[in-house]
Write a protein that binds this ligand. Sequence first.
Ligand code: SF4
Length: 75
Amino acid sequence: AMAKVDENGAQAQGLGYRHDATTIDTSAQPRYAAGQQCSNCALWQGGDAEWGGCPLFAGQQVKATGWCTAYNKAG
Ligand code: SF4
């Protein structure tokens, strides 16, 4: 299985990525809105899975419930 993104790693920190979007600090991340998460982001490649690919984290998996500053609503 592909490695899961380390949310303490440099890339995740740079993108403000967290595995649990509900823990996003909205004062630090004003773009975040409740309900946004990887599984409804245009870049999500995981379908209905708990973990899936995202082109911003090549070769790693982000969590369906995650979020980062590059979030873009799907559809
Ligand atoms: Fe999740 Fe979208 Fe950010 Fe990728 S771009 S980590 S799918 S919120």
